[in-house]
Design a protein around this ligand. Structure first.
Ligand code: GDP
Ligand code: MG
Length: 163
């Protein structure tokens, strides 16, 4: 199996959009509606001359049962277990939420290399979230826009360093 990277983060931060951009096909469901059950997806990603396997984690909503459903936790843990490294995604426009902190705990406990991504940062709109995300203890955030393809050069540099 090639180098494997799991995309982790709370629902709606743009994980599947990033997955689709890196895989170059719409294999993952992007949905505006929270609470949609989606399966874990794997694809072969390319970024410049880098090739790796990428795992998208589903966007189960937090729902009424508490801060994090058991299924989402389980899926995140499974993906983390399969991965050599993680991309942890936050919404740079929304800033940090308690849910981000909860997912970040999983990422930190994994003891695997993490690239912290402040998505939705097109036109510098993600600066607030990027600044706040330093507090997650996952290193320096990279501002990207999965939807518009911004920040891919910085993402390339970060991934090349850890692969
Ligand atoms: P996921 O639940 O983390 O997989 O998030 P999705 O990929 O399904 O995206 C959730 C919503 O955020 C969708 O409406 C996307 O179109 C939107 N989105 C994703 N990436 C970006 C981005 O870079 N900028 C903006 N403005 N919106 C984005
Ligand atoms: Mg998704």
């Amino acid at each position: 199996m090639s180098f494997t990277i799991a995309i982790i983060g709370r629902p709606n931060v743009g994980k599947s959009t990033l997955f689709n951009r890196l895989v170059g096909q719409k294999l993952a469901l992007v949905d505006d509606a929270p609470g949609v059950t989606r399966d874990r997806r794997e694809g072969e990603a390319r970024l410049g001359d880098l090739r790796f396997t990428i795992i998208d984690t589903a966007g189960l909503d937090e729902g009424a049962k508490g801060s994090l459903t058991a299924r989402m936790q389980e899926q995140t843990e499974t993906a983390i277990g399969l991965a050599d490294a993680l991309m942890f995604v936050i919404d740079g426009r929304a800033g940090l939420t308690p849910s981000d902190r909860s997912f970040a705990d999983h990422a930190r406990r994994a003891n695997k290399p993490v690239v912290l991504l402040a998505n939705k940062s097109e036109g510098k709109h993600g600066e607030l979230g990027a600044m706040e995300s330093y507090a997650l203890g996952l290193g320096e955030p990279i501002m990207i826009s999965a939807e518009h393809g911004e920040g891919m050069g910085d993402l390339y540099d970060a991934l090349r360093d850890l692969m």
